[in-house]
Design a protein around this ligand. Structure first.
Ligand code: FE
Ligand code: FE
Ligand code: FE
Length: 192
């Protein structure tokens, strides 16, 4: 379903599109969290991601119930925003070899995900309420609260130790072989 296609003409269509968007996003998050758990070397961060994976599965169940209450079939629609956030996270993680610095990057990436979810659930909750779908609004609000709590926890973890530890890491000294390779690479470059 494209943003400006005629498939979205009423507020109900728009609301449904939003639900499908976050449904897709939650499934992508569910798929990417095991990798984040593997990459995190801080025990608390690892535990936090494990807990959020369990919560994510519960959030998907709430969305299933929301679709059911609306008498709609649960389905996802491609969300380029979450795909982009996850791609970017993987790209950056792939370029970091220091595990401690990687923890800081993982938190930053996870917070980007949470913020996307917070904005979507915020809007969807407001729309559900305004359209009189109070039971659906409650389910969406429960998800919203979990995302907010997760973001807060990540913030505390970053500020209490992970950022500090990452900043304290010194740049790895090049080995003799690497130094020689660098010297050789500079030979032959004419002085300007
Ligand atoms: Fe979620
Ligand atoms: Fe989206
Ligand atoms: Fe989340």
């Amino acid at each position: 379903m494209g943003w400006f296609s005629a498939e979205i003409s009423t507020m109900h269509d728009l609301f449904l599109h939003g639900l499908q968007d976050i449904y897709y996003a939650e499934h992508q998050i569910e798929k990417s969290l095991p990798d984040m758990i593997k990459k995190a070397s801080d025990a608390q961060l690892k535990k936090g991601f494990q807990m959020h994976l369990r919560q994510t599965k519960g959030q998907i169940k709430r969305l299933d119930r929301a679709f059911k209450l609306l008498k709609e079939k649960p389905k996802g629609t491609k969300c380029p925003a979450i795909d982009g956030i996850i791609d970017e996270a993987n790209e950056i993680a792939g370029e970091i070899d220091d595990k401690v610095v990687l923890n800081a990057a993982l938190i930053a990436a996870a917070q980007a995900v949470e913020h996307y979810e917070i904005t979507r659930y915020g809007t969807l909750t407001a729309w559900a309420k305004a359209m009189g779908h109070s039971s659906v609004a409650k389910l969406l609000h429960a998800n919203l609260n979990e995302e907010k709590a997760t973001d807060k926890k990540l913030n505390t973890l970053a500020k209490s130790k992970i950022n500090r530890k990452a900043i304290a890491r010194k740049q790895k000294k090049p080995t003799r072989a690497e130094r020689e390779a660098m010297m050789q690479a500079t030979v032959g470059i004419p002085a300007i």
